[in-house]
Design a protein. Structure first.
Length: 275
């Protein structure tokens, strides 16, 4: 799924070969050129800042859960996630990034997309608290701490605007807890299309299809829409919180162009019936 990481893996393998070739006696090591030492250090630095590496090593995905992810028929598999890991049993956290240059000051603003997938067979409420880390390992900002609902097999996602701070893909999780869910669920399907309105910006317009009498009365706390290129890499996105059907079904994307690179759009939302 993570095509973008093939280059990183290739670089890591090349670095391993370089280090093995340099191994020998202490004298040989001492006589190695400064250039070789610099190259090895550069390779180590590349490995250290590999996106989400620390989180993936700390919270590996089990083979059983990996099979469940691969079998999902939702929008999850459309996205070329840059990091995937499991901070608690049954919950997979997936991350991706994109850079926005279409802003008021025309600078590179970094965005982090964080998705939560429920691979359990139960509808759950997820209570979260975590800190986003930068490439230098320092704190950038908090993950929102509100509880979110996720139906079994579903994914919800959020986008975080980090401005000029670059995320490492590592999040320090202070709390990831699964709690009972007291909301009512009825089956539904969502269709979405990319539309450019009078404002000049794009939006993802969505429609829900249900065979129940509750067609237009769904609610949600979390909605996220993403624009993808032909390889599933995230080009842009937006998310919203504490919204009703009327607001999330027309999700604004703050971009006027994707330079012809967009190939698809996805929307992640967890709809339920109001109490």
């Amino acid at each position: 799924m993570k095509k973008t990481r093939l280059l990183g893996l290739t670089l890591a393998l090349l670095g391993t070969v370089t280090m093995l070739a340099a191994c020998g006696s202490k004298k040989e090591s001492a006589e190695s050129s400064p250039e070789q030492g610099t190259e090895a250090a550069a390779t180590e630095n590349t490995a250290e800042i590999e996106f989400g590496k620390k989180s993936e090593e700390e919270y590996p995905i089990s083979d059983e859960v990996r099979k469940k992810l691969d079998a999902l028929t939702t929008n999850y598999s459309k996205v070329n996630w840059e990091a995937e890991y499991m901070p608690t049993d049954g919950i997979v956290v997936s991350e991706g990034t994109y850079i926005d240059t279409q802003n008021m000051v025309s600078v590179e603003y970094h965005h982090l997309v964080v998705a939560f997938t429920n691979t359990t067979d139960q509808n759950i409420k997820l209570s979260l608290d975590g800190n986003v880390e930068g490439v230098d390992g320092t704190y950038i900002q908090d993950i929102f701490t509100d509880d979110i609902e996720i139906w079994a097999g579903n994914t919800v996602a959020i986008t975080l605007e980090l401005l000029e701070k670059v995320p490492s893909g590592n999040i320090k999780w202070n709390k990831v807890e699964i709690q009972p869910l007291d909301l009512e669920y009825t089956p539904y399907e969502i269709s979405a299309k990319l539309d450019k309105g009078d404002s000049g910006n794009y939006s993802i317009k969505s429609e829900v299809v249900s065979d129940t009498e509750h067609m237009n009365s769904y609610s949600t706390k979390t909605g996220c829409g993403l624009i993808l290129d032909k390889d599933g890499k995230i080009l842009s996105g937006n998310s919203l919180y504490e919204s009703s059907w009327d607001s999330w079904s027309n999700l604004s994307i703050p971009a006027e162009t994707f330079n012809g690179e967009n190939a698809d759009q996805v929307i992640f939302v967890n709809l339920y019936l109001p109490k």
